[in-house]
Design a protein around this ligand. Structure first.
Ligand SMILES: NC(=O)c1ccc[n+]([C@@H]2O[C@H](COP(=O)([O-])OP(=O)(O)OC[C@H]3O[C@@H](n4cnc5c(N)ncnc54)[C@H](OP(=O)(O)O)[C@@H]3O)[C@@H](O)[C@H]2O)c1
Length: 394
């Protein structure tokens, strides 16, 4: 049986584009996916074609892969099936619109956009053009997330009454980031909420919203601590109330994110960053919330079930290594970005226009929550990156 081959074009060549590209080289058979394959056929850098060429080398793309010195050339390449947008979130709206206008399917890094109005405009455009569009919320596609959602829907925890969710990094902005760095630079949509808080919200939503039959948007109250030097949020905490039509009453969640203290000072081994609490027990998930590899189920009947969730790959001795920001995982282990790439392949193979574990509607509801949080504190980003106008030169 011939395999369905997905031909990727990579838009931008920064940190996460490298991690993603390297994970695409891991044979899907190592994760029991025998009917699909990925290939990088082109990459574009806004700085130069040489940079794109270097990127293609770094991610071991085939020699035939094309290197472009502008995003426009990439979206015009007929050989590309889908484009991975890996620019800072300030640029997602403009870059994704460029792809959709050119008739390309898109996997766009998180946060999908800067605000809900932009997300809505992209979704409308994708539907008009009958194209696939997905927010690259990789965590949703990790087996540990599939397991967590099954634990909730199976009723093992009883009624889930409350979720605590934290994604914090312990990198105080004044000593960790130059003011121009995308984490704190308003021109690049910096701040904890859009970059890190979205993962805290991901765990809250995938356990209290995705798992419901008729999910309703939550209400939200919030606290923000501003980073005075640049005006973005450095720590944000949200209190969410999820109404339920099941007759079980409202569920509560606390989602928090910050740069000053880490979720766990000891590298993610001691304290869970996610606690999903039901009437019969609790599921704990250990940090980092964006890529957790350990869970512990504790039930009131005495059950304790601890699980490890390493990401598969070519194995020790293969020479393969992947990671982000200069730190690498164990040799032979994937980073775990291929799960979302596989979802794109299956969606295109089956003719679906959205990802199965986070619909575009849900991405939009989450963008609306983040809009409300920012609105509660008058936290605005520059107009040129909040606008739905297109095209705008950034
Ligand atoms: N899934 C995850 O775990 C994860 C982790 C980190 C980041 N992310 C997301 O991925 C996106 C990119 O993050 P990153 O860490 O890869 O950022 P990065 O290392 O700064 O790379 C961003 C790339 O975007 C391009 N770019 C275009 N215009 C730019 C501008 N005005 N300023 C800066 N870069 C510009 C550049 O590539 P060219 O010069 O080649 O065009 C740059 O290398 C963000 O939306 C972030 O939220 C996701």
């Amino acid at each position: 049986m011939s395999k369905f081959q997905l031909k990727w074009g990579i838009l931008a060549t920064g940190g996460i584009a490298e991690s993603f590209g390297r994970d695409l080289t891991v044979n899907p058979e190592t994760r029991d996916r025998n009917d699909i394959e990925h290939v990088v056929v082109a990459a574009a850098s806004s700085s130069s074609a040489d940079r794109a060429k270097k990127y293609l080398k770094e991610v071991s793309a085939p020699d035939s892969a094309k290197a472009y010195g502008s995003y426009k050339e990439l979206v015009e390449d007929d050989n590309v099936d889908i484009i991975y947008v890996a620019t800072p979130h300030s640029h997602h709206y403009q870059n994704t619109m460029l792809c959709l206008e050119a008739g390309k399917n898109v996997l766009c890094e998180k946060s999908l956009t800067v605000n809900a109005a932009q997300a809505e405009a992209l979704i409308k455009k994708a539907r008009e053009k009958n194209l696939f569009l997905m927010e690259a919320l990789w965590t949703r596609y990790h087996p540990i997330s599939v397991y967590a959602r099954e634990i909730v829907t199976s009723g093992k925890l009883g009624t889930v009454e409350r979720v605590f969710s934290d994604n914090s990094i312990g990198a105080p902005p004044e000593t960790s980031f130059d003011d121009k760095h995308r984490m704190v630079n308003p021109d690049l949509a910096g701040g904890a909420l859009l970059d890190l808080g979205i993962y805290a919200l991901t765990w809250v939503f995938q356990t209290l919203y995705t798992t419901q039959e008729n999910p309703q948007p939550p209400t939200v109250q919030s606290a923000i601590r501003t980073y005075e030097k640049t005006g973005v949020d450095q720590q944000t905490t949200m209190l969410l109330t999820f109404p339920r039509s099941s007759g079980e009453g409202d569920a509560h969640a606390i989602a928090t994110t910050g740069m000053r203290v880490p979720s766990d000072p000891n590298g993610g081994l001691e304290a869970p960053s996610i606690r999903i609490q039901g009437t019969k027990g609790e599921l704990m998930v250990y940090p980092p919330a964006y890529r957790p590899t350990r869970s512990k189920l504790v039930l009131g009947d005495g059950t304790v079930d601890q699980k490890d969730w390493p990401h598969p790959g070519p194995g020790a001795g293969s020479g393969f290594k992947n990671g982000f920001g200069g730190s690498f995982g164990p040799e032979g282990e994937g980073m775990g970005m291929f799960w979302e790439a596989d979802e794109c392949a299956y969606a295109l193979k089956e003719g679906r226009k959205e990802g199965r574990y986070e619909t575009l509607e849900e991405s939009l509801v989450i963008m609306r929550v983040m809009d409300q949080v920012r609105g509660q504190h008058g936290f605005k980003l520059p107009e040129k990156i909040e606008t739905t106008e297109y095209p705008v030169e950034l």
